[in-house]
Design a protein around this ligand. Structure first.
Ligand SMILES: [Zn+2]
Length: 198
C-alpha cells in the first residue's frame, strides 16, 4: 500500500505523555484493540509496532507505509479526534466491528520509544487532519474510560445495540475501568483527559 508520507521530525520530539485511543469491547474482551487498519489486540502495557502489509519486511514506522502506532502530541487535537471518532462510530452497526458490539473509545497517555515519524494533519486520511506521530513503541502510562455524564451528546460513550439505561452503562464502564487497570497495571480514570495547567 502506498501510504501517507511521514518524515522524521526535524527537531527533537517530545516522547513523553502523548495521546492515543483504542477500542474496548467490554462484553467480549478485557484487552484494548487498535482502532484502524489492523484491529490488533494489545496484550500488555507496552507494544512494538510491526508492518502487516503483505510482502514487506521494513521496520515500522516507514515513510512509505501506514504502519507504526499513531499517537497525537496535542491534547486539544486529541479531544477533537475522539469526539469525532465517537460520533462516527456511534452511527455504525454493531456488526461492523471486530466483536458484535460498538466499542468504547478508551484514551491513553503514553510514552514512546524507538523510531518516530511526524505526519502533519493535512496529510492525514484516517485521523481527521490532526497532527500525529507514528511510532515504533508505545508504553501506557494511564488510561481514561469515558462515562455517561457528558452534557454534549457527541461525547457519549459507545455501547452495544441501542442506548442501555444509564445506570447499567455506568456499571459497565466502571467494570471496564477495573478490568483494564488489573490487566494493564496502570491507573485508569473515569472521564476524559482534561487540559490542565502544568
Ligand atoms: Zn509498513
Amino acid at each position: 500500500m502506498t501510504g501517507i508520507e511521514g518524515t522524521p521530525p526535524t527537531d527533537s520530539v517530545n516522547r513523553q505523555g502523548l495521546w492515543r485511543f483504542w477500542f474496548a469491547f467490554p462484553d467480549h474482551s478485557e484487552e484494548l484493540f487498535s482502532p484502524f487498519l489492523h484491529p490488533l489486540s494489545w496484550p500488555a502495557s507496552q507494544a512494538r509496532a510491526v508492518c502487516h502489509e503483505p510482502g514487506t519486511t521494513h521496520r515500522a514506522p516507514n515513510p512509505k507505509c501506514l504502519c507504526g502506532f499513531a499517537v497525537v502530541p496535542s491534547l486539544d487535537d486529541f479531544l477533537f479526534l475522539i469526539g469525532a471518532q465517537t460520533a462516527l462510530h456511534n452511527i455504525r452497526a454493531a456488526t461492523d466491528f471486530r466483536f458484535p458490539q460498538r466499542p468504547v473509545i478508551v484514551s491513553g497517555r503514553v510514552d514512546v520509544r524507538g523510531a518516530v515519524l511526524s505526519v502533519p494533519g493535512p496529510l492525514q486520511r484516517d485521523v481527521l487532519g490532526v497532527d500525529e506521530l507514528r511510532v515504533e513503541e508505545v508504553k501506557l502510562r494511564e488510561l481514561f474510560v469515558p462515562t455517561t455524564h457528558y452534557g454534549d451528546s457527541k461525547w457519549a460513550f459507545i455501547t452495544s445495540d441501542d442506548r442501555v439505561p444509564a445506570l447499567q452503562a455506568d456499571r459497565m464502564l466502571r467494570n471496564l475501568a477495573i478490568r483494564l487497570r488489573d490487566h494493564y497495571g496502570v491507573p485508569v480514570h473515569l472521564g476524559l483527559p482534561r487540559i490542565t495547567e502544568e
